[in-house]
Ligand binder design. Sequence first.
Ligand code: ATP
Ligand code: MG
Length: 353
Amino acid sequence: MVKVNSISVGEGSSATPAIEVEDLTKVYPGGTVALEKLSFIVRPGEIFGLLGPNGAGKSTAVRILVTLLRKTSGRAAVNGFDTETQPDKVRELIGYAGQATGVDDDLTGHENLFLQGFLHGFSPGKKSLKRVDEMLELFSLTDVQHQRAGRLSGGLRRRLDLAQALLHKPSVLFLDEPTTGVDPQSRNALWGQLRKISREEGTTVLLTTQYLEEADRVCDRVAIIDRGRLVKLGTPGALKEEVGEGRLILTLADDTLAVRAAELLANNPEVTRVQAANPLQVYVRDVNASVIPVIDAFKVANIQIISVEQTKATLDDVFLRYTGDRPHSEPIVVGAVSSIFGTAHGRKRRGGS
Ligand SMILES: Nc1ncnc2c1ncn2[C@@H]1O[C@H](COP(=O)(O)OP(=O)(O)OP(=O)(O)O)[C@@H](O)[C@H]1O
Ligand SMILES: [Mg+2]
């Protein structure tokens, strides 16, 4: 049995995982290490979110899983089929909407979908037209179906792209940033549709997104990756709980007191983490019970507070905690492929990207 981040493959069910990624490594020509021994599994029917800052390796992982990119080492499989030795089997099972849309601008929405059906071996009859109509309706595209795709707005083209990915009822769906550029109302509708498809058609979904609040609502589990490595995996609820039940945001009268204030709270058992800046971010186990003791402690230490806000932990808090709040534009680059897993001295960082 393969152990992945404390979750045994097959645990709780004897079903083959819908997606298996084990020690997956990708080094691009030029030496950028996009993935470094990444491991996780996705269970059948799950909606799984792959989260991470820009350049973390999300698209690379997805492109390997959908057989568009070759891995350097490790294993990637969909419904038990290896992406490299059984790519045809994998392609039969999956739907994919990449980070850039895959629609043909010269065709209308209806034609794009019909062509997609044809490419998937649908016979061009009533059944196939019915499925095209269903997808147009599901993604609210019926009214614009006869317009050339190139003339549609970015958000509408994105929806058309998703309709294409789902047309052939794939068993596993890969969506790379499906809602980027889509307005909030349509994003909400899209997430609703995804949940519906997952529930009604049993589709497994792996998606990447920058919208953490939405990942929180739609995903059964999320994996946070940073610089090609898995840093955290779990249900959004469990990850939020681990970060702390909530957060107090204390604006201090004097910026120079932030470090002393943070030190004052560092050893408090109720406090899980403090960010020493003004405003001071204090992660606590119980928001309501912590407010008065924290204010009292500051009074005693003569640290004046201007305002106190309290919030529940969000997936953003989890994300920042595990990936840091620095900009992420510097990939890891190795001089030679063979040195990646050698000594730490074998790694160097390249400026910019
Ligand atoms: N074709 C390529 N050749 C060389 N390096 C690449 C290539 N594609 C991606 N990279 C590098 O690999 C790393 C991971 O890129 P990837 O696109 O997988 O990240 P991502 O998590 O999808 O980022 P984003 O959130 O910006 O979409 C980055 O450092 C990127 O610059
Ligand atoms: Mg990407």
